[in-house]
Design a protein around this ligand. Structure first.
Ligand code: ARG
Length: 462
């Protein structure tokens, strides 16, 4: 930077090398290069369109920019720290290619509106990609649910056996969470997709630019109507990090369940060799690394959200260099969410198997049909609270004699209450316990089939 300093003549000496390194963002914002080129192409076209530069100059700029894109894709353009950031790197190379014409590219533009444009172009593409991945994961959940409508699994509250469920119902709960994530990202996309280009450094520009022209070339849905807001708003990034955090919450909850299910204590699933690892010392181990890593990586995304909120809270208008710190938070969150979605999709699609036999035993070995006994009496006219107390007593005495409810004889039932008949056995059989919960949104098989159909329709429709 000694001879060819980027700055105006105001500067007499170059940056201290350590400060140059400290100041530089090229190490990470190179990720934005293609978006930077795309944004610059639109800007160059607009400069020509409005007569700020000649049509020939506009064409040369565009050709030069596209040449840089090719060079980058071919691995021939690798700017170093001396370029400071991706914006300077591209502009400098453009000047090497086109000569003095390249120096016209930055007319009526600042790096402040430029970087805001690049970040939005980047993020909107990533959002589309993540939404696509969410859809893939949802379709895996749907197929698994489809195959397991009649598979029963213990349902828990407080991690205590509560009532048995259709496994499909359990899986569809995650489908719904991911559906909200998909919708949320769609809404956020609208607010990411607004062009700050033409806001200048902070106050607009003296040139007769056409902001709507660049916005339409870049397929933005609108333009920022206030230049100060345009260059300093990062709400869109924070909103994305919120949505990313929620996706991670959902993936992490599912991960926690898979980890429990794969334990010897639960034994509900086996993990296939393709998705688990062993221990370097304990030969019997098979570890659920994928869900553990997903659960672990969740913290990073929460951290980035927190960092971004703190980054913004004290910033006076308009641009401040602090904003350079937004990028790594965004890039890492995008990569983390995307990698976790991919890994979990593979895990559920082919890396995990439900142990049908064990699940069938599990739902028959506890008192999770106790509510059904109370409901049985209540339908026969016994007030529910009275029935509830009575069943509590039965559970207590059964536990003492090491029996389950299904082991009580009809005489024992009748002794408890004369309303009990032979059909009590069917009423407390796990399959019936599940089938009977046929209220809208419940786990009854009929409802689950409707929910599946509804989920499938939403996947096709939207
Ligand atoms: N590298 C900078 C960033 O990421 C680009 C914008 C610099 N603007 C400035 N006024 N120094 O934010």
């Amino acid at each position: 930077m000694t001879e060819q300093t980027t700055w105006s003549q105001r500067f007499e000496s170059a940056l201290h090398p350590a400060i140059a390194y400290f100041n530089a963002s090229i190490g990470f914002d190179i990720e934005l290069i293609e978006y930077d080129i795309t944004g610059s192409v639109a800007h160059a076209k607009m400069l020509a369109h409005t007569g700020i530069i000649s049509p020939q100059e506009g064409e040369k700029l565009v050709a030069g920019l596209e040449q840089i894109r090719t060079e980058y894709r071919e691995g021939k353009f690798n700017p170093g720290i001396d370029a400071e950031d991706v914006h300077f790197a591209v502009e400098r190379r453009l000047t090497e290619i086109t000569g003095d014409i390249g120096k016209k590219l930055h007319t009526a533009r600042s790096r402040n509106d430029q970087v805001g444009t690049d970040t939005r172009l980047y993020l909107r593409e990533q959002i589309s990609q993540i939404r696509h991945q969410l859809r893939e994961f949802q379709s895996v959940l749907l197929s698994l649910a489809q195959a397991n409508v009649e598979t029963l699994i213990p349902g828990y509250t407080h991690l205590q056996r509560a009532q048995p469920l259709s496994l499909a119902h359990h899986l569809l709960a995650y489908f719904e969470m991911l559906q909200r994530d998909w919708e949320r990202l769609g809404e956020i996309y609208q607010r990411v997709n607004i062009s700050p280009l033409g806001s200048g450094a902070l106050a607009g520009t003296t040139f007769p630019i056409d902001r709507h022209y660049t916005a339409s070339l870049l397929e933005f849905g609108g333009v920022y109507s206030n230049s100060l807001d345009g260059v300093s708003d990062r709400d869109f990034a924070i909103e994305f990090l919120c949505a990313a955090s929620l996706i991670m919450v959902h993936l992490s909850r599912l991960s926690e369940e898979v980890i429990l299910w794969a334990s010897q204590e639960f034994g509900f699933v086996t993990l296939k060799d393709s998705c688990s690892t062993g221990s370097s010392i304990m030969p019997q181990k098979k570890n659920p690394d994928v869900p553990e890593l997903v659960r672990g990586k969740t913290g990073r995304v929460f951290g980035h959200l927190q960092a971004m909120l703190v980054l913004m809270k004290g910033l006076p208008l308009a641009y401040n260099k602090d904003l350079q710190e937004d990028k790594e938070a965004l890039f890492d969150s995008v990569k983390t969410v995307s990698a976790c979605l991919e890994a979990m999709t593979i895990l559920l699609r082919e890396g995990m198997e439900f142990k049908q036999q064990r699940l069938a035993e599990a739902v028959a070995e506890d008192f999770s049909n106790a509510t059904d006994v109370a409901d049985y009496l209540a339908t026969k006219g016994v007030p529910f609270r009275e029935a509830y107390n009575l069943v509590g007593k039965v559970v207590k005495t059964s536990l003492q004699s090491d029996k389950l409810l299904k082991d009580l004889s009809l005489e024992e039932w009748k002794e408890l209450h004369p309303a009990f008949e032979e059909d009590i056995y069917n009423a407390i059989a796990p399959r019936q316990v599940v089938a009977a919960r046929n209220s809208y949104g419940g786990t009854g098989f009929e409802q689950v089939r409707l929910a599946l159909q509804n989920a499938r329709d939403r996947m096709i429709r939207e």
